[in-house]
Design a protein around this ligand. Structure first.
Ligand code: NAP
Length: 243
């Protein structure tokens, strides 16, 4: 059995970018608290890969939009351990033109990115403050930096997350809790499956989609000692795409 290590909590870590972040942070020596919403099989595969790296993994199935569920899942564990890295990654898009966007499409997207950030971070950040140590990384998006047609809801949610990142960085800096965001462009995951690549790839200077591991390595950096003087920053990971 490995010695117990610092814990990293990653939301939405059963697939895609979150799963790659969980594996990268496990490779860095963190034990992982792995949140996901519903896909047990995918989450258990990630857990097996983390354990194969010699680290512990605690799967935590809850919906980040539900504050009661978040508290019920996390509270029993927070007495024994304080996650010293928190990656707010859970998210999805519900794209539509603004003129025909439903209230549900608007609410769900804001609820997962912004509500999820609030519901989880409010439980963990005060404990990091008490320890005088912690890293919070929020997974935003190029859409939140530049805006994207058909994604007014998603762009608003991710721009809001960037604002929350910068504000929280100013609140927590004195306690040595560093808060940053990564802003991925187009990354190969279930979320982007089926996009018209023939139209999108020519717009990307690097000429290809990014891989989840290429986002995860940036999160790993922001959680590492090498990033000890970086807070309130948004690290773009987009292959040069800024339109
Ligand atoms: P993905 O492959 O669809 O995976 C989404 C993950 O989030 C899954 O683990 C899913 O759990 C979990 N999740 C969804 N809703 C949740 C909820 N309410 N509570 C808890 N977990 C929830 O997505 P992805 O592409 O990796 O995206 C990850 C993050 O990166 C998102 O915030 C997304 O907005 C952002 N992002 C992605 C891209 C891209 O091009 N892919 C670009 C910019 C930003 P289950 O497996 O249980 O459903």
């Amino acid at each position: 059995m490995p010695q117990s290590a610092d814990v990293a909590l990653i939301t939405g870590a059963s697939r895609g970018i979150g799963a790659a972040v969980a594996l990268a942070l496990a490779g860095d020596g963190f034990d992982i608290w792995l949140n996901y919403r519903s896909n047990d099989a995918a989450a258990f595969n990630v857990r097996a890969a983390i354990e194969a790296l010699g680290r512990k993994c605690l799967p935590l199935r809850f919906d980040v939009t539900d504050p009661v569920a978040a508290e019920a899942a996390l509270s029993p564990h927070l007495g024994g351990h304080v996650p010293l890295a928190l990656v707010n990654n859970a998210g999805f898009s519900r794209d539509n033109l603004f003129g025909i966007m439903s209230g549900t499409e608007w609410d769900e997207v804001l609820s997962v990115s912004l509500g999820g950030f609030f519901n989880v971070t409010r439980l963990v950040a005060p404990l990091m403050q008490r320890k005088r140590r912690g890293r919070i990384v929020n997974v935003a998006s190029l859409s939140g930096e530049a805006g994207n047609a058909g994604q007014v809801n998603y762009s608003a949610a991710k721009a809001g997350l960037i604002g929350a990142t910068k504000a929280l960085a100013k609140e927590l800096g004195k306690r040595n809790v560093l808060v940053n965001a990564v802003a991925p462009g187009l990354i190969e995951t279930d979320m982007t499956a089926g996009l018209p690549l023939e139209r999108i790839l020519p717009l990307i200077p690097l000429g290809r989609m990014g891989k989840p591991e290429e986002v995860a390595s940036c999160v790993s950096f922001l959680c590492s000692p090498a990033a000890s003087y970086i807070t309130g920053h948004v690290l773009s990971v987009n292959g040069g795409l800024y339109t």
